[in-house]
Design a protein around this ligand. Structure first.
Ligand code: FES
Length: 276
């Protein structure tokens, strides 16, 4: 776990103020789609600030379980703000020839621009069009890198973004955590939900989200924010059609692949099949 205290941040402040060495935290299992399909591929990884968190997991997974090369371009305000600086140095030394870490410090080079990054990708990584790119950081940073990769000829299918949004509500407020159960006005679809090796056949009232329905049925469905922001409730729509109030964290390719957010999905068709 990586925690960087943020002014006004619900999670980071609670963790920094309440958790001490020896405490045990119960967490959801890893989820989401910001993961390499093949650890043996070559990777061009981009991180800015605390965006290194998921990127670091990819770095370690590829190096320890795969065979591919990893180039990490890591942008920070200044040298002191580089998270994992020492660990990255050790990894680069231990995996010489497979891991290259390039630091971009705003204090020295300013904020990266599309033109700089485009030139950077072309000159530093001439073969990078064949690499898989994963990008995590503030939205303007991700937009710059995405544009630079497009300019450098990297196919869109090889570019993956971790879209992160802060919650609008306090996740420690019980009212925000509760789910709605008063939703059944008789108009419902039928849904089969496959979760943890069990198939559930349920009525799905049209005003209810999938998370609401599963919680009401006593199914241990993964969810966290209930605002369509965290992705912990992501599932795959095998059959049928849903409507989602908010799904900005899903890329167009994710939607094409049938990914949905259970906390946002309401049924449109009469008969649906969903897999977690
Ligand atoms: S619970 Fe966070 S996106 Fe659905």
């Amino acid at each position: 776990m990586t925690v960087k205290r943020t002014v006004g941040g619900y999670g980071s402040n609670w963790l920094c103020d309440n958790i001490t060495v020896g405490d045990t935290i119960e967490v959801l299992p890893p989820s989401g789609v910001f993961t390499p399909a093949d650890l043996d591929a070559d990777f061009l990884l981009w991180a800015a600030g605390s965006g290194i968190t998921p990127i670091m997991s990819i770095v370690k997974s590829v190096l320890s379980a795969g065979t591919g090369r990893v180039v990490l371009c890591y942008a920070n305000r200044d040298e002191r703000s580089v998270i994992f600086a020492e660990e990255l140095r050790d990894l680069a030394a231990g995996y010489a020839g497979r891991l290259t870490v390039l630091h971009w410090l705003e204090s020295i080079r300013g904020l990266p621009t599309p033109a700089q990054m485009s030139g950077f990708t072309r000159t530093v990584f001439p073969g990078s069009a064949g690499f898989d790119s994963f990008i995590c950081g503030p939205a303007p940073f991700m937009a710059v890198i995405k544009d630079a990769l497009t300019e450098a000829g990297v196919p869109p299918a090889r570019v993956h973004l971790e879209v992160f949004r802060s919650l609008s509500g306090d996740p420690f407020d019980d009212d925000n955590l509760s789910v709605t159960t008063d939703f059944d006005d008789g108009d419902a679809a039928a849904v089969r939900v496959d979760l943890d090796g069990t198939s559930h056949q349920l009525r799905w009232p049209r005003r209810a989200t999938l998370v609401d329905v599963l919680v009401a049925a006593g199914v241990d469905v993964p969810y966290s924010c209930k605002e369509g922001q965290c992705g912990s409730c992501a599932a795959r729509l095998v059959h049928g059609e849903v409507d989602m109030a908010s799904c900005e964290i899903l890329e167009p390719e994710d939607l094409t692949d049938g990914l949905i957010l259970g906390c946002q999905a309401r049924p449109v068709s009469d008969d649906l099949h969903i897999e977690f």
